[in-house]
Each structure stands twice: as C-alpha cells, then as structure tokens.
Design a protein around this ligand. Sequence first.
Ligand SMILES: Nc1ncnc2c1ncn2[C@@H]1O[C@H](COP(=O)(O)OP(=O)(O)OP(=O)(O)O)[C@@H](O)[C@H]1O
Length: 456
Amino acid sequence: MAQPPIDKQGVLQALTSRFPGRTEQIEQLSAIVGDGRVAATPVVVHGGPSTGKTAVVREVFASLKVPCAHISCNEHRAAKALLLSVAAQFKGRKRGHWDSGSGESRSEQVSDVLWQLPGLAPPHMPAHYIILDHAHRLASLPVLQILMRLRELTGANIGIVLLSHLAGGSGFLQHGSHNCPPAVEIAFPDYTDNQLVQILALSAPLDEVPAQDKGPMLAAYHAFLLSVVLPLVARSSRRVEDLHAVAQKMWPAYLRPVREGSAQVSERGRLHAAVRPLMQAYSQAANTDAFSGTSGSAAGPSSRSGSTLDLELPYCAKWLLLAAYVASRNRPSVDRRLFDPEHRGRRRKGQHVHDRQVETATEAAMQGPHAFPLERLLSIFWHLMRAEAEQQLSPAAELAAEVFGQIASLTCLRLLVQVSPEALEDAKYRCNVSEDLARTVARNVRFPLESYLLYT
Ligand SMILES: Nc1ncnc2c1ncn2[C@@H]1O[C@H](COP(=O)(O)OP(=O)(O)OP(=O)(O)O)[C@@H](O)[C@H]1O
C-alpha cells in the first residue's frame, strides 16, 4: 500500500518543539536527508556528550521515514561485524521489522556483505543511510575509509551520517584517510542554561496536576530548575540525564510546603528553604566523592588528586594529557626547538632549568594555560610517542590508534576543554590540569616533563 505523503512542515515543527535548542540542526539535517536522494557528501554531526546528537538524528530519520541503519562504534569496530549489522538492519527494514543482525551468517566475507548492499539500497531507489554513532572511535581504522566511500565502491545508494564528539575537520576523518570525500558538518554546541531549563521542563511532573493549576506549577518548576538544579549540578555536568535525575530527587522536597498546605506554589522563598537541607546534603556527598566532587568544585578538574587519575586514565590518555600540558604551557615558537632532533640533542647536554626559564615559568604561570589547535596537540603527542618508542618502553603504534577516542574521553572528563567548537579547521583546546597533577602523571609514565617546558 502506498505511503501517505509526509507533512514536512508539520514534522519539522513537532521535532523542534520536542528538542529545544536544536531548531537549526534539525532544519540542516532534514534539508540534507529529507529529499529522498542521497547526500552528495558524508555528514558529520559533532558536539559534546549528551548534546542530543543521537536522539535528534534518530528522530529526524524516523519522522521523515528515511531508511537507515544505526550502528554504535562503541559496540562494533571490526569491518565485518559493522557491515553485517548494516545489511541486517536494511534487510529487516525491507521485511518490515528491525533486525540487529544476530541471525546472519558469520561465514560471510567482508566483500560478500559489501556486494549485497547495491541490492538492498539500489541506485534508482530512495537513499538508505548509515548512522555511525561515536564515529571518532573508528579514526585511523581502515573500515572508516570503506564506509566513507561505500557509494563509490559498491554503487549502492547509501549515505553516511557520522556522530562524534570531534568535528570531522578537526582531524579524525583526515587521519590516514586522504581519499575520503569532504564532509558537511553540523555542530551541536553545549546548551545554555535557558536551553537546559526548556529541555528539562519538557518532563515536568504535571500529569497529576489539575488543568487549572498546570500554568503556575510549570512556572514553579522553571524557577526550581534555575534556582536549585542548575546551581547544584551544571558546573560538574551539563548532561541532560544527570540534571534530570537530580531534578527528580529534589522536586518532592521543594514542593513539600505546598503539599502540606503551609505555602502557595508562588512562594518561591519558602519552597527554596524547604529543599535547602537536601541541597546541602547533595553538595557534601559530591564533595567527598573523589571524582564528581572535585570536578564540580570551583577549582574544577585541575584540582583532582594525581593518585585518582593514576588509577583512572588509560596509558594513551596520560600521554595526551602531557602533550596538552606542554602545548598549553609552551608558546608554539618553542616546539621546533624541542622536537627538532638537532635542538633536542643540544638540550640533552644541559637539561637544567635556567634562570631565564624560571622567570618565564613564573610569567607563564601567571598568564594561565594557552589555548592550542588540535593539530599542535597531535604533533606534540606524536613527537612524544616517537621518543617513547625510541626508548622502547611501550607499543607506540597501538597508542596512536586510540588517540581520537582518548581525546574525546579527556574532553568528556573536561581535562581537555574545546574552546572553539564552531571553528572547524582550527578547533582549539585548553588543558586545565594543575602543575601538580601534570607532574604526577609524568612521574607515572616516566616522562621528564621539566625538560619539555620552555615557555617562551
Ligand atoms: N534538545 C533536547 N531536547 C530534549 N531532550 C534532549 C535534548 N538534548 C538531549 N536530550 C536528551 O538527553 C539524552 C542524551 O542525548 P543523546 O544521547 O542524544 O546525546 P549525544 O549527543 O548523542 O551524547 P553522546 O555523544 O554522549 O552519545 C537523551 O535522553 C536525549 O533525549
């Protein structure tokens, strides 16, 4: 039976009211995938954790009824498993149900699966899409190149949407894959406080509130989010789920005076006083928690204890953190002196910190960490890795493969902060870890940090 035509305007309206703060992104994505033809270029949807990438992209596809396979690169990174899951989801869709791929023949070769694709998404039919979630985890793996060039390689009418914490232009697509076509980028910036309030207010517990009281109750909920939930949580986490969980815990206490008949819903001061003990208990609990407590404190992640990080961070992340620390403390002009073999040889003869260095170190400490482009971070990281490989302390090639995933993890932990999310080619980062912490990590991996800090 023929499908009724989609009311695109209605769909867009419904999507934008369902996802506050994402109107522009919904319109951009719908314009690309909504016309039934294949996107000429891959699409990279990028932004920090919990910025709505997965939810928005899935809903846009579902609402516009565009056929797609959704793959999480946290689960699948091997080419065969990934392609089998794509083929199974496309087949399941043809059969009218979704199939995660569990029943597929595991004896098939990658090439067998590839050649099934033109039959599942023929060139004369509407485009099918692969949505690759956490795509930065495929950076530097050959399967990413295959996926990016699927249409060219197989002739199937398949487009690709990559969801990632990193912009494609920031490097994860380019690294080792020069043949990839250029991508259209759609940025999902962090939400403002007002946008978070609008999002959280969508799930305000109003079901049991009589119709005539819903307006005042919703206004009270907004006030509650702004005066209780955001101040308590938003500095350590801006994840919608975290904020929502705290809102659920605190709301009954905030509303207790109204329930007991001792205050009106409009008496914000009295409602706030009722929830204050619970807020204090929450802050204290957070402060004694070595992880969330310090990240939520005014001092931020830079004050985390080194020993906690020693245990938590993977080896590759420690080297990235050290590279970031060096990048944020030294001026770019000293990189050549540090990493050029000739200069390095000279430095080895006298590794003491000279008087001038002590002065400039003090100046640098007063100025705080500099922002640096991703490209510079990677360059310093590769140099450190090369030095590490020379000393044969660890398998540097394996570390290199993990690098983009670890950058994303450090960004999630806010040890690395992306300071210019919109500027794609020159996305900039800042490393906020304290000197003590940097030294602890350096000691842990036996890295002579002192001799890499030239400052000027
Ligand atoms: N604008 C929004 N409106 C309503 N809910 C939202 C919005 N943004 C995020 N959410 C909700 O927040 C949760 C996390 O969103 P989602 O998983 O889409 O984020 P993400 O950017 O894909 O995160 P990650 O990169 O960590 O996978 C989901 O429950 C989602 O519905």
